[in-house]
Ligand binder design. Structure first.
Ligand code: NDP
Ligand code: GDR
Length: 381
């Protein structure tokens, strides 16, 4: 039985990857951070009582900023594969916490590489590093490929740049099986609520049922190559199954603006938007409703829906980044050729999956509200 260790197992990708590896018969160890409240919601369905005989999912307390702890955990579980997914992963927040981000996102992988080397496990353990399309930053070439030069535009991207190169260096210096997945944006119903796609799909549900009236966003012109996280964790696993360690871009090859993502997401509930104004004074106005779709999806009467002409989207420059990444579009050619990887989800299917899930979660929230509980939402970042 293969043994895997996942850092960041409580995050979006960690949850899908744990599910995938368990389905392949792995024993999965995960590192979770101690928090003052529960932070394992995304993997609770995979939980196994540690008192049972030979549990297949085992969680350890740890943190990527703590070398001793990381080394101890690797020594204890002797993994065949390590997936380093743990990171302070929010680009905008990295401008507020640059030093911490450098420590966790940059030095975290160094601690793992050194631990594996010091424990003499470099022949046994294969390592995956969660690198990112944010490395490309300021556009140098379209579509972005493995050879495209990097130009990081945030403390997050600069930290990940160190991670990228230290992986490559340890591979070359010590012949370790360590590789970078340069993953473009990938989303899902498990996406953190403050990333733009999930912020939008949650707002679609809340505005649709009348719990909120306006969604505040930042740069609507940014373009991203969005895929489904379920597809992308497959690529991570494939990268560790080939004979030689290499770095791979994982992307769909299609790019879409935030504004067009809004059209797609509101379209799921039959709402059509018209955008008027420019830059910080741009607004998204409800210009039409397909009532067949809206009434079926939202379970409301016509009178309960927002009125045509109402403003549903406003721009708040607070959400702008000091330096922005305007355009990302990746070439998945190498991953297709050498890993046989191809995304299964289209963007439309991804959006449908996310809006459907957020509508279901909202129905649960509405039951709570009706039961007297206060459900507040945060649209930070
Ligand atoms: P999430 O933000 O959903 O999850 C991040 C995980 O890292 C969480 O489990 C978090 O724990 C954990 N974590 C944060 N800081 C530390 C730390 N100091 N020590 C240990 N664990 C820590 O990210 P995703 O799942 O979306 O992304 C996974 C990885 O892939 C990240 O490294 C991200 O930077 C990278 N990436 C993501 C892309 C995407 O589009 N999703 C694209 C390219 C790269 P907690 O739950 O306690 O906060
Ligand atoms: P990104 O994802 O920065 O690409 O990083 P995010 O969803 O945060 O932003 C995408 C684009 O949308 C614009 N935007 C907004 N973003 C947020 N979060 N909130 C808003 O209100 C908003 N309005 C507009 C942003 O300016 C940006 O251009 C994600 C993370 O998962 C990283 O960890 C990962 O490395 C990269 O994807 C690839």
């Amino acid at each position: 039985m293969k043994v895997a260790l996942i850092t960041g197992i409580t995050g979006q990708d960690g949850a899908y990857l744990a599910e995938l590896l368990l389905s392949k018969g792995y024993k999965v160890h995960g590192i979770k951070r101690r928090a003052s409240s529960f932070n394992t919601q995304r993997i609770d369905h995979l939980y196994q009582d540690p008192h049972q005989v030979d549990p297949k999912l085992i969680l350890h307390y740890g943190d990527l900023t703590d070398s001793m702890g990381i080394t101890r955990i690797i020594k204890e579980c002797e993994p065949d594969e390590i997936y380093n997914l743990g990171a302070m992963s929010h680009v905008k927040v990295s401008f507020d916490t640059p030093e911490y981000t450098a420590n966790a996102d940059g030095l975290g992988i160094l601690r793992i590489l050194e631990a594996v080397r010091l424990l003499g496990m470099e022949k046994k353990t294969r390592i995956y590093q969660a690198s990112t399309s944010e490395l490309y930053g300021l556009v140098q070439e379209i579509p972005q490929r493995e050879e495209t030069p990097f130009y990081p535009r945030s403390p997050y991207a600069v930290a990940k740049m160190y991670g990228f190169w230290i992986v490559k260096n340890y591979r070359e210096a010590y012949n370790m099986f360590a590789c970078n997945g340069i993953l473009f944006n990938h989303e899902s119903p498990l996406r953190g609520e403050t990333f733009v796609t999930r912020k939008i799909t949650r707002a679609v549900a809340r505005i649709g049922v009348g719990m909120e009236s306006v969604l505040y966003l930042g740069n609507l012109d940014a373009q991203r190559d969005w895929g489904h996280a379920k597809d992308y964790v497959e690529a991570m696993w494939l990268m560790l199954q080939v004979d030689e360690p290499e770095d791979f871009v994982v992307a769909t090859g299609v790019t879409t603006s935030v504004r067009d993502f809004l059209h797609l997401a509101f379209g799921q509930i039959g709402f059509k938007l018209d955008f008027i104004g420019k830059d910080a004074s741009e607004m998204g106005v409800l210009c039409d409703i397909d009532y067949d779709i809206a009434l079926e999806k939202l379970g409301k009467t016509k009178e309960e829906l927002p009125k045509l002409g109402e403003v549903l989207i406003k721009v708040d420059p607070e959400y702008y980044r000091p330096t922005e990444v305007e355009l990302l579009i990746g070439s998945p050619d190498k991953a297709a050729e050498k890993l046989g990887w191809k995304p299964k989800y289209t963007l439309k299917e991804l959006v449908e999956d996310m809006v459907t899930s957020d509508l279901q979660l909202l129905k649960r929230d509405i039951c709570l509200v009706n039961g007297g509980f206060d459900i507040t939402s945060s649209s930070e970042y």
